[in-house]
Design a protein around this ligand. Structure first.
Ligand SMILES: CC(C)(COP(=O)(O)OP(=O)(O)OC[C@H]1O[C@@H](n2cnc3c(N)ncnc32)[C@H](O)[C@@H]1OP(=O)(O)O)[C@@H](O)C(=O)NCCC(=O)NCCS
Length: 187
């Protein structure tokens, strides 16, 4: 059985980072994360046009943890508590095997191993605390940095899931340029 209880909010720490609840103080950075052209070049989500639209998304993401549905962390610099990225673990239908990561790090902080650090602690949380049997990530097939990140952390390409998702009408278009990577919990 998977365990969905995000009360109290699970704050995770790593060598350089703290993964904490999203706050309205993060809004300027979150707006960049969701709206910046370069950061979102491989991401299909609609981009907020204003800070207010970004705030509405942030508030919605934060409400999911309050409702024990899914979880979104602000990735902050441990020394300053300033947001440098975001990481969420969510499921489209709540099924045990359908949990996915979504992640982003501000351009100026990329390629320093920060997402590897954040992902490793979130993987541990997903397997050991939430008791998930597996975690996946959908990514654009040309998103080399994201694919490298996943492979470096032992995720492997899940061709069976790709074939299944390609049959779903609403996902057909996205699956034409997406790949799915999955990590299974050690038994
Ligand atoms: C994907 C992303 C989160 C990675 O974050 P990060 O903090 O830079 O990740 P890390 O530094 O831990 O690891 C990235 C790895 O990719 C490598 N990499 C970077 N660009 C690459 C490229 N073009 N081709 C291959 N590998 C690449 C880095 O060298 C690093 O590997 P290394 O540690 O073996 O040297 C970041 O690039 C990002 O936020 N991109 C925009 C948002 C996005 O596309 N998110 C994915 C949504 S599915």
């Amino acid at each position: 059985m998977i365990h969905l209880n995000f009360h109290p909010f699970p704050v995770l720490t790593t060598e350089r980072l703290v993964l904490r609840e999203m706050s309205l103080d993060d809004i300027d950075t979150y707006f960049i994360i969701r709206a910046d052209e370069e950061m979102n070049k491989y991401i299909a989500n609609p981009r907020p046009k204003t800070r207010e639209e970004a705030q509405a998304i942030l508030e919605r993401m934060a409400s999911y943890a309050r409702d024990n549905k899914s979880i979104a962390w602000t990735i902050a610099d441990k020394a300053t508590d300033k947001m440098v990225g975001s990481l969420c673990l969510w499921s489209m239908d709540g099924n045990d095997d359908s949990w996915e990561f979504g992640y982003a790090i501000l351009t100026e902080h990329q390629n320093k191993g920060l997402m590897t650090e954040a992902l490793q602690t979130a993987i541990k949380y997903g397997f050991e605390v939430m008791n998930l049997p597996m975690i996946s990530a959908f990514t654009h097939k040309d998103n080399a940095s994201s694919i490298h990140l996943l492979e470096k952390n032992n995720f492997t390409r899940n061709h069976a899931a790709e074939a299944t998702h390609a049959q779903i009408e609403e996902l057909k278009e996205e699956m034409a340029h997406s790949v799915i990577y999955t990590l299974r919990r050690d038994k």
